[in-house]
Each structure stands twice: as structure tokens, then as C-alpha cells.
Design a binder for this molecule. Structure first.
Ligand code: MN
Length: 293
């Protein structure tokens, strides 16, 4: 029997707003929720900040974000350039270098700091990173905190086209499995396409799909073009997306099973109801999410 896959069409393309500072170490553009315009349309993904390459001069005091809490979701930090250092109240400590990915499940609550790595800060240099927030379903919002350090060598690299490649961070691509463990089904790909190269992705129907052009420009299905720091959202129906690079491009593909539950978000907490947000604030203030040692 011959089966024909159907095209997954672009539904909208959104441009990210101008950069803002997070702490004193991250100059980022909020690709989504982007003032809530994108709302629940990319569930289970809730937030994505992109820090385009930015130079930071030498500093003996590493820049970044001082200790702060999270509850109810997971953070995924993808480092493209530079070096970062992480500490949290669950006792996890780690350094990330270019190509590394870190997943932190905040679950019931974690306090952490996110800083430039000490030696990188001392020498100064260029930082480029993404931070993605992946929602947790109600059943796992209060799960124990977890920390996954996915060094570059653990992430499968699949060759594409003439000189292009796709890294599978989570989920699978053409039989290659990503190392990240997630609570709901997620495919997360880091793609670098050389100008003129193309790739066809085959993705499950009924999942949310967004592709962020971090750098360069591409065309989708020969019908839409997307430029730097734009996100293309795709219809839930259809399976195949053809991507052709117009210039050299770096893309992040987000594809996941939506979590069809209410969202109540406040600052660093992502819960289902206002009462749960109030409880999160109370628990943090009472020290129940711990502190950095
Ligand atoms: Mn944080």
C-alpha cells in the first residue's frame, strides 16, 4: 500500500520583539509568549528567549541572574557560544559550553542562579543561548526537581544536504533518538542549514509545531519565508514540512503533544490555578524551595 503524507502548512509567522536584559548577563528577545500573542498555541512550550550573539567585556564578578525560584515546568538551556555556570538548591552544579544543553525540572520547586562561567567572565567573550520553558502536566507539576546535563558529545548529529546537520536534543528524527527525558512527548531539533540545502521533517499530526529562525532565512513548503528571530507556527493537521535555506540558517524546531489544561502563569511560576500560584509564592517565601548552599 502506498501512503501519501500531507503537507503541514504554515499558519502564522511572528517577529520577536526588541531585546531586553535578564539580570545583567543575558540580552534576550522573547520569541514567545511575546506579550501573550501566541497564547497556548505552542503548548507544551510556554516561553522561549533567544540571546543573539552579544559581547560581554571582562569581569571578575560573573554576570547573570542571581538566585530565584521556579515551580511547575522545566527549563531547557541551549548554549551556542560562550560558557555558563549553574547552581541550584537541589545541590546540582554544572558548567555548560558551546553545544551543551541543560534541562532543569523545577517541579515542586527549585531555587537557582544562572551565571556566566567564571573564567569566561574573566576573559570576556560572546554569548549566544536559548532558554525554553516546557510546561508540565498537572500530574507532574509537583514532581521532585531533576537536572539533566546533556553535553555536546551525547547529542546525536545527523548529516543533511551538502554540509548541513540536525542535532536531536529530545524525541527522535529518522530513527536517531535524543538524550533528553521529558514528561510529555517532545521533539526538539537544533538545525544548521547551509544556503541552498533543504530538509523535510515528518512530524506527528495533532502536535504543536513551531520553528524559530535564530539566524538566516529559510522558506517553508515553498510558500512562506521566515527571517532572523521569527517563529513560524504550523497547522496541527498535515505531517511534512519542507525547509529550504535561503541563506545559511540556524533553526530550532519545537514539536510536542499539547497539554490541554488551564494555565495560570506568574513570574517564575507556571501552574494551573491562581490558588496554586499563591501557594508557590508562600512556599518560596517560607524557604520551602530551599536556598543555594
Ligand atoms: Mn531561572
Amino acid at each position: 500500500m502506498i501512503t501519501t503524507k500531507t503537507i503541514k502548512n504554515v499558519s502564522n509567522i511572528y517577529k520577536a520583539p526588541a531585546p531586553h536584559m535578564v539580570g545583567d548577563g543575558f540580552r534576550v528577545q522573547n520569541v514567545f509568549p511575546n506579550g501573550n500573542r501566541l497564547g497556548k498555541r505552542i503548548s507544551p512550550f510556554f516561553l522561549l528567549d533567544y540571546g543573539a550573539p552579544a559581547y560581554f567585556p571582562p569581569s571578575n564578578k560573573p554576570r547573570g541572574v542571581d538566585e530565584h525560584p521556579h515551580r511547575g515546568f522545566e527549563t531547557v538551556t541551549i548554549l551556542y557560544q560562550g560558557a555558563l555556570e549553574h547552581r541550584d538548591s537541589a545541590g546540582n552544579y554544572g558548567k555548560l559550553y558551546a553545544g551543551d544543553v541543560q534541562l532543569m525540572t523545577a517541579g515542586s520547586g527549585v531555587v537557582h542562579e544562572e551565571k556566566h562561567e567564571t573564567e569566561f567572565a574573566r576573559q570576556g567573550g560572546t554569548l549566544e543561548a536559548v532558554q525554553l520553558w516546557v510546561n508540565l502536566p498537572k500530574a507532574y507539576k509537583m514532581t521532585a526537581p531533576r537536572y539533566q546535563e546533556l553535553s555536546k558529545d551525547k547529542i546525536p548529529v545527523v548529516a543533511l544536504g551538502q554540509n548541513s546537520r540536525l542535532r536531536v536534543i529530545a524525541g527522535s528524527f529518522n530513527g536517531h533518538k535524543g538524550p533528553a527525558s521529558t514528561f510529555t512527548p517532545v521533539n526538539l531539533y537544533d538545525i544548521q542549514l547551509k544556503a541552498g540545502d533543504s530538509v523535510t521533517l515528518s512530524l506527528a499530526e495533532n502536535y504543536s509545531t513551531g520553528i524559530v529562525t535564530l539566524k538566516g532565512s529559510v522558506s517553508y513548503n515553498e510558500t512562506h519565508a521566515a527571517k532572523e528571530v521569527e517563529i513560524a507556527l504550523f497547522d496541527t493537521v498535515g505531517e511534512e514540512i519542507n525547509i529550504t535555506a535561503i541563506t545559511d540558517a540556524t533553526l530550532l524546531v519545537l514539536n510536542g503533544e499539547p497539554i490541554d489544561e488551564p494555565i495560570f502563569a506568574y513570574g517564575p511560576f507556571l501552574m494551573n490555578t491562581e490558588q496554586e500560584i499563591i501557594a508557590a509564592i508562600d512556599d518560596y517565601n517560607a524557604g520551602k524551595m530551599g536556598h543555594l548552599k
